[in-house]
Design a protein around this ligand. Structure first.
Ligand SMILES: NC(=O)c1ccc[n+]([C@@H]2O[C@H](COP(=O)([O-])OP(=O)(O)OC[C@H]3O[C@@H](n4cnc5c(N)ncnc54)[C@H](O)[C@@H]3O)[C@@H](O)[C@H]2O)c1
Length: 472
């Protein structure tokens, strides 16, 4: 007798083969519907007349500029910042983020428009809660959502009906729905009925003089129509243009796609650099000429690697999530691999330059010029300069650094203080490696006073006498 055909239980089937689940029928009374509509209306009114109180959780590179923009249009902002030193500085009107204008923060704090607290007990007083906490990677390059989860658990203890919660931290598609929503509903409140939930990725580009929190288009995706309506209304108050998308997951995908786009294009020019080096061509010349084409190309430049809180991390959030769908994101893996190789190439090229003048790396004094991950900011987290310094130290070099934006740093197993950029220091060093092209640095003087310059950013582009300058 043949065995009856066995059916695979739906849960064991891959997601893309499962049949769509029947929609849950919600049976609400007209009174309940009216109560929900009233809740939406009340919040919309508070948003439009700007009497809503805005809580911003995490007052860092994203949270502090965002708080200032909200306060500037009239909202009262309460920052919840777990670092008591940062909270104290905000309350003293003492700015610590480059993109924030010192006097604006001072005035808004003096007027009582912005204050900071260090715990969540005031959450019930707020109408809108915006989350801007870190989303790093674990050492195995998987998402580390501990900050988002901790904040969500804290919120679940204190939320009340009528509030909007919006996640701004960059993360993989599904975080708002699959991670935050179940935690928040443990409070007993229901999304779309009692509280509203959205994702609106922050796209701020620290140090960018043209685009800031206010004039950078804001993508907004709610977990349902009520959430979408209140979130769009809220963000429209202080931000010039809103781009609504159909879901929180779509909004999450927009941001990780944008950062993946950058990571992949930077990897492409970095790979071109490695090839041009072997072929005896200058990648910088090739790119400058290529970017004169008025269509079909977009400038990206090579360098010592990628850094900051976005490009080296966010694509790996998507890579990790894609595996759940039996999908390999080849571009992300390849871009990460190429970009992570660049500090090694800087080390190789530094050794080559020193070798040319008969110096061993282990007997050399090297100045790392610029340690932040990009021009005109002081953020050195994830900066490729850290890897370059570590590699040169491992080779026995004596390494100093200068960075007008980073007086000292401690991290990545390093603890260093900024050296002055004096003519004596420049003359003493066997090699100066330009790792960040800060506009405050006089590169002409650097080139004139140094024995040898390895320029990883083409910062010395306009200098005519180039005998001692080598491009990466
Ligand atoms: N920095 C950028 O250029 C940038 C740009 C766009 C998006 N983002 C994303 O925005 C998010 C925040 O980045 P950031 O650069 O502002 O980080 P940050 O480290 O500068 O600031 C985060 C702040 O959150 C605080 N914090 C952490 N856990 C907390 C908690 N439980 N309660 C209260 N405060 C807490 C930290 O003390 C810190 O001050 C990340 O997801 C990042 O990827 C950053």
């Amino acid at each position: 007798m043949s065995e009856p055909a066995r059916r695979i239980p739906p849960k064991a089937m891959p997601y893309w083969l499962q049949e769509p689940r029947p929609a849950k029928l919600s049976v609400r009374t007209p009174e309940q519907d009216a109560k929900i509509a009233n809740r939406v209306e009340t919040l919309l009114t508070k948003i439009k007349d700007r009497t809503a109180i805005v809580g911003v959780i995490g007052l860092g590179y994203v949270g502090l500029p965002f708080s200032v923009e909200q306060a500037k249009v009239g909202f009262r902002v309460v920052g919840i910042e777990q670092n008591p030193e940062r909270a104290g500085r905000v309350n003293a009107g003492d700015n610590y983020i480059e993109d924030v204008v010192d006097s604006e923060l001072r005035d808004l704090v003096a007027k009582g428009k912005i204050k900071a607290v260090t715990d969540f007990t005031t959450v019930p007083e707020m109408d809108i809660l915006v989350i801007a906490v870190p989303t790093p990677l674990t050492i195995n390059l998987t998402p580390d959502l501990q900050y988002v989860e901790n904040v969500t658990h804290e919120l679940a203890k204190y939320i009340r009906p009528g509030q909007l919660i919006s996640l701004e931290s960059t993360t993989y598609p599904g975080t708002t729905n699959e991670v935050m929503l179940p935690i928040l509903e443990k409070s007993g409140l229901k999304v779309e009925q009692d509280f509203f939930l959205a994702h609106s990725p922050e796209r701020v580009d620290p140090g960018n003089k043209r685009f800031n929190t206010k004039n950078t288009n804001k993508v907004v995706g709610g977990v349902g129509p009520n959430s979408q309506a209140v979130a769009v209304a809220f963000y429209s108050q202080a931000i010039d243009k809103i781009v609504p998308v159909s879901s929180a997951s779509a909004a999450e995908m927009v941001k990780v796609y944008e950062n993946t786009f950058r990571a992949v294009n930077i990897a492409l020019v970095n790979e071109m650099l490695l090839l041009c080096d072997r072929m005896g061509l200058s990648v910088w010349e090739v790119l400058d000429a290529a970017f004169t084409k008025p269509f079909g190309i977009m400038p990206f430049y090579p360098g010592p690697g990628v850094g900051g809180h976005c490009i080296p991390l966010d694509p790996h959030y998507l890579e990790w999530k894609a595996r759940e769908f039996n999908f390999n994101t080849h571009f992300i893996a390849l871009a990460g691999e190429i970009n992570r190789k660049m500090p090694e190439f800087v080390r190789t090229k530094a050794a080559r330059e020193l070798n040319r003048v008969g110096k061993a790396v282990s007997r050399s004094k090297i100045l790392a010029l610029g340690v932040s991950y990009k021009r005109d900011v002081g953020d050195w987290r994830e900066s490729p300069a850290m890897d370059v310094i570590k590699l040169l130290l491992a080779d026995g070099a004596h390494v100093l650094y200068h960075d007008p934006h980073v007086p000292k740093f401690r991290g990545h197993g390093l603890s260093m203080e900024c050296s002055p950029l004096s003519d004596e220091v420049l003359a003493e060093c066997d090699l100066v490696i330009v790792l960040t092209d800060h506009s405050a640095i006089d590169f002409a003087n650097v080139a004139a006073k140094s024995k040898c310059v390895l320029d990883t950013r083409n910062a010395c582009k306009t200098i005519e006498n180039r005998d001692n300058i080598t491009l990466l």
